[in-house]
Design a protein around this ligand. Sequence first.
Ligand SMILES: Cc1ncc(COP(=O)(O)O)c(C=O)c1O
Length: 383
Amino acid sequence: MTDTHDPGFAWDLAKSRERRTKRWSVYGPDVLDLTVAEMDLPIAEPILTVLRDAIERQTFGYPIPAARSGLPETTAKWLTETHGLTVDPGEIRLLPELMKGITNALREFTAPGSAVIVPTPTYRSFFGAVSLADREAVQVPLLDGHRLDYDRIDAAFAAGAGSLLLCHPANPVGRIFSPAELRQLAEIAERHGGRVISDEVHAPLRYGVDFVPYAAVSEAARRQAVTLFSASKAWNIAGLRCGFVALTNPDDVVRWDRLPGAASGGISPLGMVASAAAFEHGAPWLERALAFLDANRRRLADQFADAGMPEVYHPADATYLAWLDLRRLGLADPARLLREKAGVAVTAGPDHGTSGAGFVRLNYATQPDVLADAAARIIQVLE
Ligand SMILES: Cc1ncc(COP(=O)(O)O)c(C=O)c1O
């Protein structure tokens, strides 16, 4: 990948503010907000084209039934061709957002009251989804911050946990688990009759590292898995409310289809056409976006290294999130200090689980000058 920035991706921050989405709307003008997972990049042209067309046709009603939309076919083809997960369109269901899918899966596919194993640090909204499903989360910290702790996972299943909530690739640490690691997890889950819910929303955002979905590593994994994914992160369209679940266990399909509309509805027709455009025509844009993001993260690592603190950031396999090790400050939650002293907003490490103490999550999907400024401000506080 190249180390220079694609001029076609130049984007004025004022335009991000004009979007009036969560990003750049929470803090005042003096704070650089690198929290929420949206990107300061122009949206891919094939997506804009179908959205303009949908607006012309006033596509603002309830969505067409998914089975008649062609979207499950498009999605299954994309999943098979780009992730190597062979799925039938009949195994795909739509969702407005992935957290709803996690809550549904926990409620429907695990025993009432059974705990949910959550390797941490992880995506912070997982904890809310678990409690919404009336389940308790059992945090199992990643070993050395990036490896699954099989012994503790085994013990948690043995103690009655019914499922494990995997973030693969892992938000915030950026790790892609290898097929061998996932197979080992599948063997443990199989011994205990456990389910694995795998959130794979960040999978398209990977930097030359092979990605194999959990459901694709073995027959056991395919039966245990509930796989969640969408175009929302990689193509920056989270507000369009369209996500997907691949149900590779035939019994799950039957149970899912009995869900009331309140649990599965809320999908936007605009999100459906945008997702189809992303999967069918979004690859060239994504490749350019990844080159842009890759240049960003390399410069970020260089900036900390040049300041004599290379331990702060190591580029990872995937996502546009940097997991910054600020333990040199000796604070459990350095995010507040950075906001107050540096005017940089980042996500607090402990929000991602107890093992996040001393860390913060920084979203580097922004313009290079903004990122360089934020890093310089953080370095000043660290010094
Ligand atoms: C791992 C992960 N899953 C899900 C989401 C959000 O998905 P949704 O808005 O579709 O619930 C995010 C957003 O950052 C995420 O990082």
